[in-house]
Design a protein around this ligand. Sequence first.
Ligand SMILES: Cc1ncc(COP(=O)(O)O)c(C=O)c1O
Length: 424
Amino acid sequence: MTVSEGLDPATHVPLTEQFVGPTGHPLLPGGFGRGMMAVAPWAPMVARGEGCWIIDEDDRRVLDMNNNFTANILGNAHPDVVQAISDAAADGCSFGMSHRYEIRHGERLLRRFPAMDQVRYVNSGTEATMLAIRVARAATGRDPIVVVRGSYHGWNDTVLSTGGPHAARGVPKSTLADTLVVPFDDVDALQRTVRQSDGRIAAIVLDLLPNRVGMVPPSDEFIDAAASLAYEFGAALIVDEVVSFRLHTGGLTTARSVPADMVALGKTIGGGLAAGAVVGKARWMRELDVFSSTGLEGGGTCSANPPTMAAGSVVLDLLDESEIARLARLGDRFRAGLATAFATYGWEPRGQGSLSRLYPLGLPDSAAVAESQRRLWWAAYERGIFVAKHGVAAISTPMTEELIDDAAAALSEAVAVVQKADQS
Ligand SMILES: Cc1ncc(COP(=O)(O)O)c(C=O)c1O
């Protein structure tokens, strides 16, 4: 099966109207149960997934390069994951008691982070960054944290201002005042910001491949400056690997030898179910020891539930070094396949390993970039490729060289169409 089989771009009509109407379901704000899915003016609905494919409610079979926003690295309904979930669920979906599945997952996770001592589970990447920041604040007794403008760390109040005033609507001013935002990769600004607060910061939070900054890695100089400042002032260096963990067995933290104190994880580690985790050094993680008189309780009724831990353990077993290397080769092949058309039409295939971002160049502002990416989303979908609305295209293990070549050809066609629309 190639990516275009069974698809007819001419039949681009919202058959999902039978469920949602032309602009989404009126019971859901904006028409969707989850904001990230909206691609104006409407979006198809998925009926089911099958390996690297999704089949939508219009019966279209589309290559799933969205991967649920990079989470589903084994593709959809992987038989081992389904089996693991079903075996675990047969014994009960969640308990108010510890169980063997969280130990198994924890052992696998910590093996990948030799510098880390312990892990605590939560339900999402948002909660993972929130927890790591909370631990840093509790341990240091300080409130301010330093984050990088544009980096997305989830939708908890402490980090939303990285996305600008619109993203931070509804966040208390007192919280905004304690979130010090520095420009991406600006070593001087980072040093100035930390020193101006006399080093009284709780944490510096980094993403080693920040998607919303454009999926470009920070320089060694920036990472070194963050690590030295954190060390000098006793703050925590927190690395957000919610997305980038899939790029290396120990995430980019290990690949780039970043001396992190805590690493926030999510997405892939739950095998497609809702998961998050913080792995960290004992000095910080002891804040979460509820048997100490000052230990933070944390929370999360369903955190570390057995089906999630079982599904995530399958991912950690199957996603070994050689599989990550194979996905990286597919990623390189994909970006190389896009290079000619993208250069012709003013786009750039960014990213590394199994993560790419399709990025339009030379546009005046972020609104123009978003509009161009919206058009690309539709042009891609009509050609049988499902990417994320901000242009992220992720590779999952069921994908082959042939599919990657087909996807690159379809997306090359799609950028040509978008460029014509941008010029008209
Ligand atoms: C780098 C990063 N951190 C944190 C998050 C938040 O994760 P979640 O959506 O699971 O809350 C995301 C989500 O896309 C992310 O990209």
